[in-house]
Design a protein around this ligand. Structure first.
Ligand code: EPZ
Length: 420
């Protein structure tokens, strides 16, 4: 196991490049199951979730190789349409293979994903949507078994604009017979990126990036290559790190348009932003202002930035609130932040942060991907040393985060530990 040892108090300055988007890659990869052949995805992040998806797809006979952030995939010799619990329990996004497999092979056996650190994460939208497309869905021994002679187009409306369900059903519909319309579709950039790959593969898709996506099914698709979009959550996370530590830094190879609301909130908090086509320069204020946020589906404030924002607000002079509307209980980072001296009170889905009180280093534990990075952010400003345990959570979604922070002047190092 690894941990990070962080010495707080150093302003972050300099320039660092953003990696490709984890949540785009976790859709691009399963999309390759729809058509046999060789694919190349550039700007792929070298992170644990990509390794997990690679191992899952390799267990199906897919060749996956990541070299210098170029992911080579070959789906010419798929031998299995099953996603075992051993993989799915590690990563909920394994469910993204369900739609492509049942669309191409008429069969898929995929483990139900478990819950996660912040409560149940159902897949009912995925299953109901596939049934509307004509799949027969049965649940047996913790597995989803989907069968269909050939999927047929349908009208599908989501109660909640689900990212994963939008991908799964958009992908499945590309090989269905007839037209599928997905209403209340997710418009996150990662879904749009996956849709762009499907279009390059020959899929007839209209309405990407809007709540209504229309797919005219076809008989087969062909492999394609694509460049992975930048990771908007890594971008927001590093901007928060610079803002909290009182520095000035430029993030390159990013897309400011994908996190417009986060940039607006950072400006409200007193940060000065210089925004170019693919880079953002943030200059931190002498004193951050408290700013309330409410998470929402895109283009609202991303739930995946909620924990990081909470860390930022512990440095603001005053009281702010963070309201989580996407998940029932995504506040597992609060008790750990409290150990660093953060004054945060949670009532139902609203956290109230009383900032400006100064933090003191301590040993804290990661509970999930974004909670773990919130600890690192707090450690960057806490007085003294902070040890963040269970860094494997963080490694799921951040490529060499400690090296990027070190390049900006942070005192952070990764060490092996027997501490659990
Ligand atoms: C994606 O998860 C992201 N993961 C999550 O990022 C992100 O938090 C989430 O979208 C919301 O933006 C990936 O893309 C791999 P949803 P997903 O389906 O697709 C409920 C990170 O940190 N729901 O949009 O699983 C669900 O419980 C991760 O990078 C149902 O009720 O999210 C949640 O309350 C964490 N039934 C809401 O919808 C369903 O069938 C949104 O979930 C599906 C979802």
């Amino acid at each position: 196991m690894d941990k990070f040892i962080v010495q707080g108090g150093t302003p972050l300055n300099g320039t660092v490049a953003i990696s490709g988007a984890k949540n785009a890659t976790l859709e691009l990869m399963p999309a390759a199951l729809l058509a046999p052949g060789a694919y190349q995805f550039t700007n792929t992040p070298n992170i644990r979730d990509v390794w997990t998806m690679s191992r899952l797809m390799a267990s199906m006979g897919v060749h996956c190789e990541l070299n210098d952030n170029i992911l080579h995939i070959n789906t010419a010799n798929i031998t299995s349409q099953e996603a075992p619990y051993s993989y799915v329990k590690q990563m909920r996004a394994s469910i993204h293979v369900l739609g492509p497999l049942v669309a191409r092979y008429g069969y898929a056996k995929v483990s139900l994903p478990g819950g996660c650190a912040w409560g149940p994460r159902p897949v009912d939208f995925h299953l109901k949507g596939l049934e509307k497309l004509g799949a027969e869905i049965t649940l047996d021994g913790g597995y989803i078994i989907a069968r269909a002679k050939r999927l047929r187009g349908a009208n599908i409306t989501f109660d909640i604009a689900s990212v994963g369900a939008t991908f799964n059903l958009m992908a499945a519909a590309t090989l269905a017979h007839g037209r599928t319309v997905i209403n209340n579709a997710a418009i996150e950039p990662e879904v749009t990126a996956a849709g762009r790959l499907l279009q390059k593969m020959g899929a007839q898709i209209e309405g990407l990036g809007t709540p209504t996506i229309t797919i005219e099914g076809c008989d087969n698709l062909k492999p394609a290559n694509i460049e992975t979009i930048p990771d908007r959550v890594e971008t927001g996370t590093l901007l928060v790190a610079v803002a909290m530590t009182g520095g000035k830094a430029t993030l390159t190879n990013t897309n400011p348009y994908h996190l417009a609301v986060v940039l607006e909130k950072l400006e409200e908090a007193g940060c000065e932003l210089d925004i170019r086509a693919d880079e953002i320069t943030l200059t931190a204020p002498d004193q951050l202002k408290p700013v309330d946020v409410v998470t929402a589906v895109y283009p609202g404030f991303p739930t995946d930035m909620q924990a990081q924002w909470m860390s930022l607000m512990t440095c603001a002079a005053g009281t702010s609130t963070v309201q989580e509307t996407i998940y029932k209980d995504r506040f597992s980072h609060v008790p750990e932040l409290a150990r660093l001296g953060c004054d945060i009170h949670v009532s139902e889905n609203v956290a109230t942060i009383r900032g400006g009180k100064g933090l003191t280093g301590a040993t804290v534990m990661s509970t999930d991907l974004r909670a773990s990075v919130a600890m690192v952010l707090a450690g960057l400003v806490a007085q003294g040393q902070t040890e963040v345990l269970r860094i494997y959570h963080l490694d799921r979604g951040y490529e060499s985060l400690e090296l990027k922070l070190e390049a900006l002047g942070a005192s952070i190092r990764r060490v092996k530990t027997d501490q659990l």
